[in-house]
Design a protein around this ligand. Sequence first.
Ligand SMILES: CC(C)(COP(=O)(O)OP(=O)(O)OC[C@H]1O[C@@H](n2cnc3c(N)ncnc32)[C@H](O)[C@@H]1OP(=O)(O)O)[C@@H](O)C(=O)NCCC(=O)NCCS
Length: 180
Amino acid sequence: METTRLLLRRFTVADAPTLAAYRSDPEVSRYQSWESPVPLTEAERLAGTFSAGDPRAPGWFQYAVERRDVPGLIGDIGVCRSEDGRQAELGFTFAPEFQGQGYATEAVARLVRFLLVEEGLHRVSAACDGRNVRSARLLERVGFRREGHLVRSTWIKGEWTDDVLFGLLAAEYGAGPSAC
Ligand SMILES: CC(C)(COP(=O)(O)OP(=O)(O)OC[C@H]1O[C@@H](n2cnc3c(N)ncnc32)[C@H](O)[C@@H]1OP(=O)(O)O)[C@@H](O)C(=O)NCCC(=O)NCCS
């Protein structure tokens, strides 16, 4: 898939060193389930698994994101399709040097259009830590609605954390900022 500035493609094992580098950043992993640092061997295992995934099967498929003008991984977006294939959940991570430039919004907006318009899914959702304001801002920019706030609902990195839930229906798509 392409956007104005980006390419969303399948992972390859060659992405492993960059994946290890940005997933090892404590700021990047702060609200995520994995522990940093991520060793290169673990990143190679992950990239191998990602590269073999089926983007239309139930469960997670991880898209690699790169700029169209400069080759190389800048981030990844996970899409988890439900068993019946009618809904999907999103998760996203971008390397620090490629944050703050609208790349994540551009990539997520493209995937949302793919899922809701081109694939005909009913709903996409996402959840983030209550303190992850950048993630929440991104989701609202793309057109997601805040649907709930679960208090101290997830045990992660030694503490109970809040989860903020977001959703976007196909029936709503295009009515708001998700038209971007
Ligand atoms: C969540 C995450 C992807 C958000 O990244 P981000 O850089 O804030 O999002 P974008 O790439 O869309 O950039 C948006 C910012 O770029 C700015 N920007 C600069 N140039 C822009 C352009 N040409 N177009 C759009 N926005 C632009 C926007 O104003 C916005 O800044 P603001 O939030 O200060 O207003 C990132 O913080 C991340 O990877 N975090 C670690 C992993 C994580 O927690 N993931 C979420 C788990 S739920």
